[in-house]
Design a protein around this ligand. Sequence first.
Ligand SMILES: Nc1ccn([C@@H]2O[C@H](COP(=O)(O)O)[C@@H](O)[C@H]2O)c(=O)n1
Ligand SMILES: C[C@@]1(CO)OP(=O)(O)OP(=O)(O)OC[C@H]1O
Length: 159
Amino acid sequence: MKIKVGFGFDVHQLKAGHPFVLGGVQVQHHAGAFGHSDADVLVHAICDALLGAANLGDIGHHFPNTDERWRGISSLILLEECVRLLGERGWALGNIDAMLCLEAPKIKPYIPEMKQKVAIAAGIDPDDISIKATTNETMGFVGRQEGVVAYAVCLIERK
Ligand SMILES: Nc1ccn([C@@H]2O[C@H](COP(=O)(O)O)[C@@H](O)[C@H]2O)c(=O)n1
Ligand SMILES: C[C@@]1(CO)OP(=O)(O)OP(=O)(O)OC[C@H]1O
């Protein structure tokens, strides 16, 4: 069976008073990620990994930030659309492994719910989704809590 891997990366600014959505879950914090959509950096990295695996460009190509349809949209809807695009081309999603890089808050308690939300949007079992987190040990823009970063890899296979 033919398989392919994909890699995704995303970064968003953190701003005081903004909602903070990660993996489709509202995280309690004094600041949140700022963007054109809901700025869910984790789901954006996952979308880019999927699109990359299928050689379909990137999230900005499919959902440009100049298009008002995507303003404030839940990124889980964008993920559903990415999975649909892959499905049209005969690809099924195998597993996802993702890494969040943020200084605060601790996101470990939110991970089970994030996996559930991403699993529903991606149409796969939560056990096939790994979400992890690290701080940046106070260094750089992540360490200063100016931004949040996510990385993701995925495997896709021919249906
Ligand atoms: N925002 C974060 C960052 C980290 N974690 C969890 O804490 C562990 C230790 O992180 P270090 O960066 O100090 O190595 C890490 O392995 C995660 O389990 C977290 O939940 N949220
Ligand atoms: C998702 C889109 C579209 O709403 O906007 P943002 O939330 O700014 O996110 P980004 O990671 O810059 O990716 C692509 C955008 O076109």
